[in-house]
Design a protein around this ligand. Structure first.
Ligand code: 16G
Length: 255
């Protein structure tokens, strides 16, 4: 069985540094990444792993519990610990202005959304500033949980001027496709990405434990006229997304 090879004695030495339980955690993550074990495979018992790697059962329990909290392993009562089926990591280019639906379609992944909210509201101070609204202008809010297969990937909370999206109820599966139809698809965006631990509510929606790392992304998108069309705050599961930027040596004086 693969896990026998994976937990061969001495194997842990490859993953040096830091407390032992974190080394073991990294070791298990590497084994999953390198496909030594696969989704659905059972891990040997705590006692077995401890004996094979010559570490204490407490160390094994701590590593396993942390991986369970992060959704990498799942524990089924009475039957043991298994490798969770994680979605493939998704790469999103940081140089192309694409929509979630387009990103996923390019990878052959079908997506769906659950509506968390959509409607016309009085704008918050943050929305007035981000969208450059007049004080009496209202906003359209479109909030969705974006799902691939059975896996929730991201929560997206978009705000737009109600004059650009007067009927949020009419948005279909793709916001950008909807905006395109009214000639309001953005042509440029600024994206700000930061790491954040998930709060209880977002963790529950994304089906991971509270406190797990996530990517918090703010996208402000613009029409060709320079007018802001969209201010979206998204929370992506940290274990599913890689944002990839292409960097070039500037030959035109740009830095
Ligand atoms: C992307 C954008 C989001 C945009 C959405 C439209 C990021 C971080 N966010 O997910 O701002 O609203 O695409 O997707 O990339 P849709 O057309 O599939 O609704």
């Amino acid at each position: 069985m693969t896990e026998h090879v994976m937990f061969a004695s001495g194997a842990l030495q490859a993953a040096r540094g830091g407390p032992l339980y974190l080394q073991l955690k990294r070791f298990i993550e590497d084994a999953i990444r390198n496909e030594l074990v696969h989704a659905g495979d059972a891990l040997p018992s705590e006692r077995d792993i401890a004996a094979r790697l010559d570490v204490s059962r407490v160390t094994v329990r701590k590593a396993v519990q942390q991986l369970v909290r992060e959704g990498v392993l799942v524990q089924r009562h009475g039957s043991g610990t298994y490798v969770a089926s994680l979605p493939r990591r998704v790469e999103q280019s940081l140089s192309h202005l694409t929509s979630f639906t387009e990103d996923m379609a390019r990878r052959g992944m079908a997506v769906r959304s659950t509506w968390l909210d959509r409607g016309i509201y009085d704008a918050s101070a943050e929305e007035i500033a981000a969208l450059g609204l007049a004080a009496d202008e209202r906003v359209a809010r479109v909030a969705r949980l974006r799902i691939s297969g059975d896996t929730p990937l991201a929560i997206e909370r978009a705000s737009l001027s109600a004059s650009l999206l007067p009927d949020p109820e009419a948005v279909g599966p793709s916001l950008y496709a909807h905006l395109e139809r009214s000639g309001n698809r953005p042509v440029k965006a600024i994206q700000r990405i930061r790491a954040m631990s998930l709060g209880d509510e977002d963790a529950a929606l994304l089906q991971v434990a509270p406190g797990v790392a996530s990517l918090h992304i703010e996208r402000t998108s613009y029409l060709p006229s320079g007018r802001v069309v969209e201010f979206t705050r998204s929370v992506y599961r940290g274990d599913t997304y890689d944002f990839v930027a292409e960097l070039r040596l500037g030959d035109d004086g740009n830095r």
